[in-house]
Ligand binder design. Structure first.
Ligand SMILES: *Cc1c(COP(=O)(O)O)cnc(C)c1O
Length: 412
């Protein structure tokens, strides 16, 4: 077949507008990015193609918890690039077992299943929970159910959007995967009512990020654990966004003293360098997988494991959890001063906040654009919430700068 598409001569754009136009023409339109074209980044700052600097108040939705190009993470990646990057799981390699052991030790779990993206980790947890239900719990084949929460966000695969309650994420992508029940987030009575003999697991975000950094009512997560214990149901915590020091603890569930049977981890696990995800949890559950039943060409590759080990090492010091706790208290204090001055509500924990713009204020998109003009990058979720998740290396002065910009943008 001959090419019928007329490709223009290759030119390198020079202005941000030209870069945006290039993206618009040649990439699918599944995002609506702010018109900022980043060319360089370091720590909590990014620089655009014109050399203009911006404070990063989003951190790649918590993928950049350690800031851009953390020297330890870059060094680990560079070192590994000089040795071996991919072996496939057909063979062993010298980083794999160490990464799994170190991640298990950090998270207090027994087994690690390595994958790449967050969605793959969630898919993997779903498969493991179903198999566990058939093999261990004795649920009749093909009938296992998983209870999930309304307004959830667990990724974009066909199975995962099957139980999304966001019409934009779901519409036109059916037929959908059966076997899920949706109950209101934070509603323990509804959760209890949804559990049957066939329930394999409850899959839940300890704090709902995409929904707008929604923290459930006090005691809810402990009650979920209790219900799971009573009914022999697995508790799966999706900590892809909430985990790895974002909230001031290693895992968001740690605030409640609750342990899940399985955790899904991703985003910051790859240090902002590459996608690294994992399901970690109890051996009795993850142990149901046998050779050939699940896998991934890139999952657990040497480069991913080397970067992941450096991430685990940073987290093991507790320094980032501490920073998130202290600076998070400061951030929330400052943001709460804006309530009644253009902000309706501030939610969240640690260096993570959902800032609800008061009625009559700018739409989220407009506010995000106005913030970018003031040199602060964050992104709205839904129409009225600004999602603030700065890198955990940010300073108090930098937080002030970002909050001052938010105050200006939302002021009525
Ligand atoms: C981002 C996210 C995912 C999906 O991760 P991807 O790497 O984008 O596939 C799943 N769950 C939660 C809670 C997330 O925040």
């Amino acid at each position: 077949m001959t090419a019928t598409i007329d490709h223009p001569a290759t030119e390198v754009p020079s202005t941000p507008a030209e870069y945006v136009a290039l993206d618009e023409q040649w990439s699918t339109h599944n995002y609506h990015p702010l018109p900022v074209v980043i060319a360089h980044a370091q720590g909590a700052w990014v620089t655009d193609v014109d050399g203009r600097s911006y404070l990063d108040f989003l951190s790649g939705y918590s993928a950049m918890n350690f800031g851009h190009r953390h020297p330890d993470l870059v060094a680990a990646a560079v070192e590994q690039l000089g040795r071996v990057t991919l072996t496939s799981r057909a063979f062993h390699h010298d980083q794999f077992g160490l990464f799994c052991r170190e991640l298990a030790e950090l998270t207090g779990t027994e087994l690690v299943l390595t994958m790449n993206s967050g969605a793959e980790a969630v898919e993997s947890a779903i498969k493991v929970a179903r198999k566990w239900a058939y093999q261990v719990k004795g649920v009749p084949e093909g009938t296992a159910e998983i209870v999930v929460a309304g307004s959830n966000f667990h990724g974009r695969t066909t199975t995962i959007v099957s139980f999304s309650t966001d019409e934009v994420a779901r519409n036109d992508f059916g037929p959908f995967t059966p076997g899920f029940r949706v109950v209101g987030y934070g509603d323990a009575a509804a959760l209890e009512a949804a559990i049957t003999e066939g329930t394999a697991a409850v899959l839940i975000e300890p704090i709902q990020g995409e929904a707008g950094v929604v923290v459930p009512p006090a005691g809810y997560l402990a009650r979920v654990r209790e219900l799971c214990d009573q009914h022999g149901v697995l508790m799966i915590a999706d900590e892809i966004q909430s985990g790895l020091a974002r909230t001031g603890e290693l895992l968001a569930l740690d605030h409640e003293g609750v342990r899940a049977d399985l955790y899904t981890l991703g985003k910051a696990l790859g240090g902002g360098i590459m996608p690294v995800s994992a399901v970690v949890g109890r051996a009795e559950v993850l142990g149901v997988l046998r050779p050939g039943e699940h896998g991934s060409t890139f999952g657990g590759n040497p480069l991913a494991c080397a970067v992941g080990r450096a991430v685990v090492k940073l987290l093991a010091t507790g320094e980032f959890q501490q920073r998130s706790k202290e600076l998070g208290g400061y951030l929330h204090g400052r943001l709460n001063e804006l309530v009644g001055r253009g902000v309706a509500e501030v939610r969240g924990r640690g260096l993570w906040a959902g800032v609800e713009i008061a009625p009559g204020g700018p739409e989220g998109r407009v506010a995000s654009e106005a913030l970018a003009e003031r040199g602060v990058l964050c992104k709205e979720t839904h129409d009225t919430t600004l999602r603030v998740a700065p890198p955990l290396v940010i300073t108090r002065e930098e937080l002030d700068r970002g909050v001052d910009a938010i105050a200006e943008v939302v002021a009525r």
